[in-house]
Design a binder for this molecule. Structure first.
Ligand code: UD1
Ligand code: MG
Length: 457
């Protein structure tokens, strides 16, 4: 039992975002802001996490699922009112409560842990995570007395010109003695410019009661960013992207140009893989060791083995094995399974297809709804004709088949093991194993016919 609790504030609409999507659900590097916050909080030893939900309550709850308990704030009357909604779950418990905003996606578990430690060491009733920043506009300012002790927090909108000059800001993350917090919350009023119940007012209330109130300043200014509008969202994305890329590089991944490489949160990449510029790696992608990815490549929710190259290509929701060679300019569409040592060359589109080990489609093909065995060679320009305008049908190409250039395989159809299909064929019937199938008009050469044609002129 850690006697530590956490309240995550996520009920606001986020008016300044001007969005249909609730603020805390806006993604930063592919992951909703509130999920970033919860993931960091969950790294700490915390007994109970309560997320305050209101606007978009169901969607926030659906996003976080079992990771948190929930308290509903029906009307958004301010951050103090929001914390108050966790009263029935937390009031009366001995211990320390962390309050953190769902719109500060860059906050790190390590910093929160230091905040807890500082709070415990100073035996404070409240400890604010603060930062000194160049442009403090919009944030609550930390007002200290002559001895340098924290007096109160003044919101930007309520601050005097003098107070607005203060550079030390409230990051919106705090530790409170839980009993003292709920006592003080009862005394917060809404007499301020915004007519809201401000959580920061708890600081002044405790201070006036003679309690110890401290501040812990973080050096990592990135962490302090509270996202209230799209400009800050883009800034959060940039900072998070740099952090993600740095982690991969520290883990042994080469990123040629980190400022031009877009890797979403929670993606795994193995050692000695090289990522070239203009590459986006998204979703639940896992990439093995020694791969070459990019340049200008988009990979979404793919599992990629080791030693694979994907150049200037797009791959979605597919499994790609080891020592596979993809691109340039290939498109791997969802539900494809590409086994080891396959080659998918330029202008090849694969959809919902299995490609057996060592098979090749080197140029200009469409292979959809297909099962391709191993060591198959699909010649340039070949197509699985999978759609009759109403339904989709499957093509089966067994092991060791050779499909000549520019062939149409009209599904449903099977080409048996070891068979050959002659170039230019339109295959409408199954081809038995080891057969040669020729399905095209026989060539006729009419000797000296040109003279006849020329004579017509
Ligand atoms: C808040 C702080 C400010 C601090 C800044 C840091 C207050 C009054 N001000 O300002 O001192 O510098 O964060 O980023 O707390 N929320 C609710 N219910 C409400 C209102 C807000 O759950 O009734 C949630 C929001 O969804 C958001 C968080 O609380 O996740 C903070 O609210 P926001 O409106 O963004 O406060 P700021 O103006 O950023
Ligand atoms: Mg905010």
């Amino acid at each position: 039992m850690s006697n530590r609790y956490a309240v995550i504030l996520a009920a606001g609409q986020g008016t300044r975002m001007k969005s249909k999507l609730y603020k805390v659900l806006h993604p930063v590097c592919g992951k909703p802001m509130v999920q970033h916050v919860v993931d960091q909080v969950r790294k700490l030893d915390i007994e109970e996490i309560v997320t305050i939900i209101g606007h978009g309550a169901e969607k926030v709850q659906a996003q976080l699922g079992e990771l948190s308990h929930y308290a509903l704030q029906e009307e958004q009357l301010g951050t103090a009112h929001a914390v108050m909604q966790s009263q029935s779950m937390l009031e009366g418990k001995e211990g320390v409560t962390l309050v953190v905003c769902g719109d500060t996606p860059l906050i790190k578990a390590g910093t929160i842990e230091s905040l807890f430690k500082h709070h415990e060491e100073t035996k404070a009733k409240a400890t604010i995570l603060t930062a000194s920043i160049g442009n403090p506009a919009g944030y609550g300012r930390i007002v200290r007395n002559e001895s340098g002790l924290v007096e109160k927090i003044v919101e930007h909108k309520d601050a005097s010109d003098e107070e607005r000059k203060i550079n030390e800001i409230n990051t919106g993350t705090y530790c409170f003695d839980n009993i003292a917090l709920f006592e003080a919350l009862k005394n917060v009023s809404n007499e301020n410019v915004q007519g809201e119940y401000y959580l920061p007012d708890v600081i002044e209330i405790l201070k006036k009661q003679g309690e110890v109130v401290t501040a812990y300043q973080t050096e990592d200014l990135d962490e302090t960013l509270g996202v209230n509008d799209r400009v800050a969202l883009a800034e959060a994305e940039r900072l998070m992207r740099a952090r993600i890329n740095e982690n991969h590089m520290r883990n042994g991944v080469t990123i040629i140009d980190p400022s031009n490489t877009y890797i979403e949160a929670d993606i795994e990449i193995g050692q000695d893989t090289v990522i070239y510029p203009g590459t986006m790696i998204k979703g639940t992608t896992v990439i093995g060791d020694d791969c070459q990815i990019g340049p200008n490549t988009e990979i979404v929710a793919c599992q990629i083995g080791s030693g694979t190259t994907v150049r200037q290509s797009v791959a979605h929701q597919s499994e790609i094995g080891s020592r596979v060679n993809i691109g340039p300019f290939a498109h791997i569409r969802p539900d494809s399974s590409i086994l080891d040592e396959v080659k998918i060359g330029n202008f090849v589109e694969i959809k919902k297809a299995v490609f057996g080990q060592g098979s090749k489609a080197s140029h200009l093909s469409y292979i959809g709804d297909a099962e391709v065995g191993s060591n198959v060679n699909i010649g340039c320009g070949s197509i699985t004709v999978n759609y009759d305008g109403k339904n989709k049908y499957k093509t089966k190409i067994e092991d060791d088949v050779f499909i000549g250039c520019n062939s149409n395989l009209v599904a449903p159809v099977t080409v048996g093991q070891g068979a050959y299909v002659a170039a230019g064929s339109t295959i409408t019937k199954d081809v038995p194993g080891k057969a040669l199938s020729i399905a095209r008009a026989r060539q006729v050469n009419k000797e000296n016919y040109a003279e006849k044609l020329n004579g017509k002129k």
